[in-house]
Design a protein around this ligand. Structure first.
Ligand SMILES: Cc1cc2nc3c(=O)[nH]c(=O)nc-3n(C[C@H](O)[C@H](O)[C@H](O)COP(=O)(O)OP(=O)(O)OC[C@H]3O[C@@H](n4cnc5c(N)ncnc54)[C@H](O)[C@@H]3O)c2cc1C
Length: 328
């Protein structure tokens, strides 16, 4: 059996696509073909697909919403899995028994890594569960958010703050349960960026709160997003990470802002375009695909910004988005 036949024998006839255009599943709408592509609908399918990729020694790329990646125009070798696992389950209720009735104060939710963040946030707000409400409007999946410890800045809140445990598949294809300390969460960082393990599901520890208060917070976030970010465009959000405080102080940025967008703006790149991609005029840290851009247009803008910012401020700005595949 060749690799395609083996994949199909384990994952199902006609479930593997070859040469699948990854541009169709990234928010930039760029990216070349996947050698093999599989949509995992359940965690069982996801685990099986990871196991078989390891067995066949295929390079594995796991994607959620494709909202934090720039995939090369040359595409990706090996197996690309789009995680669409979709379950949210109440794992445990914690509270006090009062007159024989449980008065729930805390809830542990088990959430598949493929669940969309927006669905999860809406679910928690509707059910009066505090901890994730500031992440309304965060595109992509829960797994992608954990991988990069996605955040909201007003107030500063990280997705990792509410995690209690998670189930991962390690590089030997074995399942393991880990707790929050394992992730070494930091700004735009979780240990998964080094271990390359896959998240299967996450346990969030949330406390009871009035749904009205939670929706108020979530809606305030959405208003702020609408005010400050380009909406309804093809982008991957902020392209570069914040700069270090020491650099901000040395340069004397206004109010010591750490915003890479501020530095990019100062180099005159707002609205600057290459090919079909340009820096947004609303938020200089957003690159948008305005006119049938390809990944190399976006990559060229990234390089341009890095060079100009280094030339002017002697600061190396680092991409927040993940560059997948070959770029030169
Ligand atoms: C309009 C817009 C606004 C945004 N706003 C924010 C914001 O406010 N804050 C913020 O932090 N980010 C923001 N982003 C960036 C992005 O949405 C987040 O980083 C998001 O959490 C990525 O999730 P995803 O599922 O799309 O990840 P993907 O892009 O699919 O993947 C990103 C990385 O995570 C890895 N990954 C995905 N799933 C798993 C898994 N199950 N196990 C292990 N690794 C996995 C992938 O391999 C890849 O390396 C924004 C993006 C857009 C387009």
């Amino acid at each position: 059996m060749n690799k395609l036949q083996t994949l199909e024998s384990k994952l199902g006839k006609n479930r593997i696509k070859t040469g699948f255009p990854l541009s169709s599943i990234t928010t930039y709408r760029v990216g070349g073909p996947a050698e093999y592509f599989f949509q995992a609908i359940t965690t069982e399918e996801l685990i099986k697909a990871i196991e078989i990729a390891k067995f066949l020694d295929l390079k594995l790329t796991l994607l959620g919403g494709g909202s934090n990646v720039l995939i090369s125009d040359k595409g990706l070798k090996g197996l690309v899995i789009r995680n669409e696992s979709n379950n949210i389950t109440i794992y445990k209720r914690i509270g006090k028994i009062n007159h024989g009735k449980l008065n729930t104060q805390e809830v542990i939710l088990e959430v598949d890594a493929g669940v969309l963040m927006n669905r999860l946030v809406r679910y928690t707000c509707d059910n009066g569960l505090k901890g994730l409400e500031y992440h309304l409007g965060l595109p992509g999946s829960v797994g992608g958010a954990i991988y990069n410890n996605s955040k909201w800045t007003k107030p500063l809140t990280y997705i990792g703050d509410s995690l209690s445990e998670a189930i991962l598949v390690n590089n030997e294809g074995k399942l393991k349960k880990v707790d929050i300390n394992y992730f070494k969460f930091a700004y735009d960082f979780s240990i998964l960026q080094k271990t390359h393990e896959s998240i299967i599901s996450i346990f969030f520890h949330l406390t009871q709160e009035d749904p009205k208060i939670l929706w108020q917070r979530a809606n305030d976030v959405m208003k702020y997003r609408q005010l400050t970010q380009p909406m309804g465009v093809k982008s991957a959000g902020c392209v570069f990470k914040n700069i270090y405080i020491a650099d901000a102080m040395r340069i004397g940025t206004p109010n010591h802002t750490l915003s890479a967008g501020y530095l990019i703006d100062q180099t005159g790149l707002k609205n600057f375009s290459i090919g079909g991609a340009k820096f947004s005029d609303k938020h200089a840290n957003f690159i948008i695909n305005t006119n049938n851009a390809v990944a190399s247009d976006i990559y060229a803008l990234i390089k341009e910004a890095q060079e100009r910012v280094f030339h002017k401020f002697k600061v190396k700005i680092e991409p927040e988005i993940m560059l997948l595949g070959e770029f030169n």
